[in-house]
Structure formats: structure tokens, C-alpha cells
Design a binder for this molecule. Structure first.
Ligand SMILES: C[S@@+](CC[C@H](N)C(=O)[O-])C[C@H]1O[C@@H](n2cnc3c(N)ncnc32)[C@H](O)[C@@H]1O
Length: 247
């Protein structure tokens, strides 16, 4: 391995105590992209759907410009497009996730974003920002929210869902299988309070917060994955949240 490869490897790969490979989001999702839409019995994706449906049922998407931050493969786009928005715009750091989205929605507008910048969008463009299962992959959420503030209109809504920070704080990890490897995607801890505080500086108020805990209702997901030890370890810990803010 030459020096350049060694440097790349030390940046992109870490090994945790269980020998799972930990990858930075762009690299991880470039690998996950090929199977992401085929995930079965995935607790987080299942509940994310339920929460997002509940949150968007309270707002009007019709004729609005929706920006999906970290849109991935466009998993939520049929749900969003069914509400007849004026337009959905997506961005993602992973070219391969966007490629999958484009296979399904060839005419929609998507951009690959870098360094949290959204320079492809003018000021005051969007009515609603939706971001599902992304925030904990971002190191500097303050920088990200400043850029959101630039592109969102004055009267607007923000919907965020994500892996729950309490689960991250207790050592919960976001993993997927790639052949025989188990890959962990790098996450960063941001409390829900921190998110609310930053967005309150931009005059956003919380209208709805939904949190789901690991309890008997979700035990069958762990049984199917042969992961009852993890179920017991994290019993009663919230595993996902969704928040709707408006101004
Ligand atoms: C768990 S996936 C969620 C994708 C989609 N929102 C969904 O709910 O299915 C997380 C997504 O966030 C994207 N992502 C991670 N870091 C990002 C960043 N800094 N900027 C934009 N997208 C990012 C990843 O590439 C990936 O597509």
C-alpha cells in the first residue's frame, strides 16, 4: 500500500471494538446505495415512515417547494409527490444514493452537496425542508442550519427525523451488511434540545415532537435479526424521533 492509500485508509476506515468497520457517511452510503431500498425488517426505516407520515399529515405540501436534505435514494418521494407539491428538490453527499433516486425519478431536480454548502439554490427558495435520518451524520449542524436559513422562505416549515441521540449516547450504532462485512456509519451526537435552540434563533418553534422507545412493540424486529441481547441492552431507550418546527 502506498503512502496515499495509507492516508486515505486512516481517514476513511476506523475499527470499533467489535471489529465492525466504521466509515464516513459519503463512503458508507456509496456502498449501501445498491441495497438500501431492499432493506427488510429494518426497525428504523419502518418507524421513520410512520413518523414522517404523521408529521406531514399536519402540513400542506400542495403547490409548495419542498427541499429534501440528504434525500438518499428518494425513499420518501412517492409519499411527498402524492401530495402534489410544486416541486421537490433533493441533495445528498453520496453520488451513488442520488444515482438510485434518478433511476426512479429521472425528471426530478437533485444535487450532490459538499461541505454543507447549498450554493446550487438561491436565497428564499423553499417552503418546507424535510430531512430524514441524516442529522446525526453531520458534524457541524450549526453551519448546516445557517445554510438552511438562507434557502428557506420566511413563512416555512422544517421536518426532521433521525436516529435518537439518547440511543447514540448509550452506544447505539447505525450499521448495514455488505457481504460478510458489517459497516457502521459514523454518527455525531446532537441533542434534540440543541437542534431546537439553534432553530429558535431563526424564529422556528416546535409544533410536534414524536419519540419512540425500544419496548415490547418492537421486540419482533430484534427477534427476526437474532438480536435479543441488543434489545435487552437498550430496552426503554428512545430509538427514533421526529420533529416539526414552523415559523
Ligand atoms: C440513512 S440515509 C437517509 C436517506 C433518506 N433521507 C431516507 O430517509 O431514506 C442518510 C443519508 O444522508 C446522506 N448524508 C450524510 N451526510 C450528508 C451531508 N453532509 N450532506 C448531505 N447528505 C448527507 C447520506 O449520503 C444518506 O443518503
Amino acid at each position: 500500500m502506498n503512502i496515499l492509500e495509507k492516508i486515505k485508509k486512516s481517514i476513511n476506515h476506523f475499527y470499533n471494538t467489535k471489529n465492525n468497520i466504521i466509515k464516513l457517511p459519503e463512503n458508507a452510503y456509496n456502498i449501501w446505495a445498491k441495497n438500501y431500498d431492499n432493506e427488510k425488517d429494518n426497525l428504523i426505516l419502518h418507524y421513520d415512515n410512520i413518523i414522517l407520515k404523521e408529521l406531514i399529515s399536519k402540513i400542506h405540501l400542495k403547490d409548495k417547494i419542498i427541499f429534501d436534505y440528504g434525500c438518499g435514494t428518494g425513499r420518501n418521494w412517492s409519499l411527498i409527490l402524492d401530495k402534489n407539491p410544486a416541486k421537490v428538490i433533493g441533495c445528498d453527499i453520496s453520488q451513488k444514493m442520488l444515482h438510485k433516486l434518478k433511476e426512479k425519478y429521472p425528471n426530478e431536480e437533485v444535487y450532490q452537496s459538499k461541505d454543507l454548502k447549498l450554493s446550487f439554490l438561491p436565497n428564499n427558495t423553499c417552503d418546507i425542508i424535510i430531512s430524514t435520518l441524516v442529522i446525526a451524520h453531520i458534524t457541524d449542524i450549526e453551519k448546516m442550519f445557517f445554510e438552511w436559513e438562507r434557502i428557506i422562505k420566511n413563512k416555512s416549515d422544517i421536518i426532521i427525523t433521525d436516529f435518537h441521540p439518547e440511543l447514540l449516547a448509550k452506544g447505539g450504532v447505525r450499521t448495514f451488511k455488505n457481504g460478510r462485512e458489517v459497516i457502521t456509519v459514523k454518527n455525531y451526537y446532537h441533542s434534540i434540545k440543541t437542534i431546537e435552540e439553534i432553530l429558535s434563533h431563526f424564529r422556528f418553534k416546535v409544533l410536534n415532537l414524536i419519540e419512540k422507545k425500544i419496548d415490547r412493540n418492537v421486540k419482533h424486529f430484534y427477534e427476526k435479526q437474532n438480536a435479543l441481547k441488543i434489545y435487552e441492552k437498550f430496552y426503554n431507550t428512545p430509538f427514533i424521533y421526529g420533529i416539526h418546527l414552523s415559523r
